[in-house]
Design a binder for this molecule. Structure first.
Ligand code: NDP
Ligand code: MG
Length: 387
């Protein structure tokens, strides 16, 4: 029985993790749940799953709110440092990080430093501090198991293979809802249209990132750190059907691909059960339903966010942290209808250009760059006024 600490249990990945755990009650058990601010949903989850500890990271709880948890026999912690503290001190076997955004970085680092197994959905942790996290994992012998479907696919393709035989990692991308929309129409893109992903149902931030292709850029950086492969050997392939989740080409020219339905419960289950595979009753794939798989090159002129992410990865240092924070701030402003869809890339580009590189690439330095980039984007939006 593996005891899980699930950060971000009220989100899209969090709910899928709970679904997988309920399908495999003899193998998996949740001991910790967390929300940023959806207390009622967290209470429902606590009632059902009876963890030892619940965390509300975005609020300081009043006494009557605490009582609602203690009435269920669940200890509750609140506030912005509770997640890092829990990752570093609580009793669990595997941390499942399903938080969105930079907030996932410090809890990941805390778990890895303890040598804990981490099932990682929070790609931002590796985008910001991939080098630190991977170094800490090496020192402590912690395993990091990817939940992101592309990285799970590559992880599976690499099983039994020698690292030096990797020629190219191919990350597949659906191309998002605006794959065929001319860039001239981007200024008119609404929040509702950007939130409609053709193949996946996900939280709002990653759905917008999928529409700008920033998501694929973040995934290139994630793959670079996770698999220790140079950026110029990682290629993005547009594959609108989202059936091949990614591929690896080896020295002899042979290519391995991992296929399956676009259902996050598959990579989640592998990360939670690894190295075992069990039938949990998830829907099966049929080749007859998917007679055509197609591939194309991404358009870096049209999807500037992908291009910016590749450049930030090449620049290294603080650049990926600046890219990520500027993107988070710009996406939030777009979701709040304060900027247009086509305003997102120039805000990120400006942050990358204006940011003075240098400074120590430690957790403190990376988080200072993160704060700087968010502030710069907000200032620029305020200066631009209403559009
Ligand atoms: P959601 O927005 O659906 O859920 C995010 C979760 O994190 C919620 O529990 C939310 O709490 C919590 N949260 C939000 N902000 C903070 C914060 N500042 N500090 C602590 N907790 C916070 O996101 P997703 O589930 O879609 O994505 C989670 C992560 O997984 C992201 O990094 C994403 O890139 C990655 N991922 C997601 C995929 C998907 O299919 N959804 C696929 C591959 C990767 P609350 O409910 O209170 O807001
Ligand atoms: Mg992905």
């Amino acid at each position: 029985m593996k005891r899980l600490a699930l950060l971000g249990s009220t989100g899209s990945i969090g709910k899928n993790v709970i679904d997988v755990v309920k399908r495999l009650p003899e193998s998996l058990n949740i001991r910790l749940l967390s929300t940023h601010s959806r207390i009622d949903l967290l209470l429902q989850q606590c009632q059902e799953l009876r963890p030892d500890l619940a965390i509300v990271s975005g609020l300081d709880l009043e006494r009557d709110q605490r009582k609602r948890f203690s009435d269920l026999g669940v200890e509750v912690w609140s506030g912005c440092e509770a997640l890092e503290k829990a990752a570093g001190q609580a009793d669990y076997d595997q941390l499942v990080n399903a938080i969105v955004g930079a907030a996932g970085f410090l809890p990941t680092l805390a778990a890895v430093r303890r040598g804990k197994s981490v099932a990682l959905a929070n790609k931002e942790a590796l985008v910001i501090g991939g080098e630190l996290v991977m170094q800490a994992a090496q020192t402590s012998n912690a395993e990091i198991l990817p939940i992101d479907s592309e990285h799970s696919a590559i992880f599976q393709c690499l099983m039994g293979e020698a690292h030096q035989t990797i020629r190219t990692l191919y990350l597949t991308a659906s191309g998002g809802p605006f794959r065929d929309l001319p860039a001239s129409e981007f200024p008119a893109v609404t929040v509702e249209a950007a939130l409609k992903h053709p193949n996946w149902s996900m939280g709002p931030k990653i759905t917008i990132d999928s529409a700008t292709l920033m998501n694929k850029g973040l995934e290139v950086i994630e793959a670079h750190w996770l698999f220790g492969v140079e950026r110029d050997r990682i290629q993005v392939v547009v594959h609108p059907q989202s059936i091949i989740h990614s591929m690896v080409e080896f020295a002899d020219g042979s290519i391995k691909a991992q296929l399956g339905l676009p259902d996050m419960r598959l990579p989640i289950q592998l990360a939670l059960l690894f190295p075992h595979r069990l039938d949990s009753g998830l829907p099966h794939f049929s080749f007859h339903d998917h007679p055509q798989l197609t591939f194309a090159e991404p358009d870096l002129q049209k999807f500037k966010c992908l291009d910016l992410a590749l450049k930030a990865c090449d620049a290294g240092g603080m650049s990926p942290a600046v890219l990520n924070a500027a993107n988070e701030a710009a996406v939030q402003a777009f979701l709040q209808r304060r900027i247009r869809f086509d305003h997102i890339p120039p805000l990120i580009e400006e942050a990358l250009i204006v940011h003075r590189s240098g400074g120590k690439v430690d957790a403190e330095g990376l988080l200072a760059s993160d704060r700087w980039a968010r502030k710069m984007v907000e200032q620029r939006i305020a200066q631009q006024g209403k559009f």
